[in-house]
Design a protein around this ligand. Structure first.
Ligand code: SF4
Length: 270
């Protein structure tokens, strides 16, 4: 599982101003639809409730699109703090460009990447990504991200070391493609709210695709909304929907807990 970053105070991904519109929901936390469309699906209502309570999350931290790609690769199986240390090393060594990653030796790159853990594998993945970028897209991120979403997703997934969560984080946050990033927090919240079918449980590649389709089918294909939704879910997962002892009472999603699903034990436990 990739660990998602803790959002910083300053970011370089400006979000367009969000229109506020009244929605048909009666619960106060469901009164607004930040993209100006009625919340007419369950997950859109979740999104509206989270956004109304927590506001914009300003993801993903990174000074450039390539830095976001690097962060998405390095964050696999480690904390964001460790990623920040590795990225700072790369910045200091002027290695935060595709050309620099391609040119540097694996040995030197590994030294800088080391704080992020699994550094040998991550060094390989960075080199593989840079080689792919030059071989298929002339070294241009603009060309890379101009590729249609499903084609680019397949290309990324074919690269060794890039799984669906990393591919989707790259597509969404660096490329502004409208895909949903499925992580452990999303799985946990959807499971606890009894929104996942049997096919979508567990953490196989198949279940990943089920959850991704479920979420994408219920939300507008808007990269900004999907960006916010993933960030809001991570915020909720870290603060409220913890692995044990979830804090349902103070959670913006508490009003959506299904009464008949047995999940009231979570409210009682919080
Ligand atoms: S209401 Fe409880 S189960 Fe639902 S997301 Fe919040 S903490 Fe998790």
């Amino acid at each position: 599982m990739a660990n998602s970053p803790t959002p910083p105070r300053t970011v370089n991904l400006p979000l367009r101003p969000l229109a506020i519109a009244a929605s048909p929901w009666s619960h106060p936390s469901r009164r607004y639809d930040p993209i100006g469309e009625p919340a007419n699906t369950v997950l859109h209502a979740y999104y509206s409730a989270l956004f109304a309570t927590l506001g914009p999350q300003h993801w993903w931290p990174g000074r450039s699109r390539f830095e976001i790609v690097v962060g998405a690769i390095l964050t696999q199986n480690t904390s964001w703090k460790n990623v920040e240390r590795a990225v700072a090393n790369l910045r200091a060594a002027k290695l935060l460009t595709p050309a620099a990653i391609r040119a540097v030796s694996s040995r030197a790159l590994a030294k800088h990447v080391r704080p992020s853990g699994y550094f040998r594998q991550k060094t390989k993945t960075l080199k593989i990504f840079a080689a792919f970028l030059f071989a298929r897209h002339s070294g241009s991120l603009r060309r890379l991200f101009a590729t249609p979403t499903c084609i680019l997703r397949d290309q990324l997934l074919a690269l060794r070391g890039i799984g669906p969560e990393t591919a989707d984080a790259i597509l969404l946050y660096a490329g502004k493609h409208p895909v949903f990033v499925v992580d452990a927090y999303a799985r946990r919240i959807l499971e606890r709210h009894a929104l996942l079918s049997a096919q979508a449980t567990g953490d196989s590649r198949r279940s990943y695709e089920h959850i991704r389709s479920l979420v994408e089918s219920q939300l507008p294909r808007d990269h900004q909304l999907l960006n916010e939704f993933h960030a809001l879910i991570v915020h909720t997962g870290k603060l409220h929907c913890r692995k044990s002892n979830p804090l349902c009472v103070s959670c913006p999603l508490q009003c959506f807990l299904p009464l008949a699903s047995g999940r009231q034990d979570l409210v009682a436990a919080s």
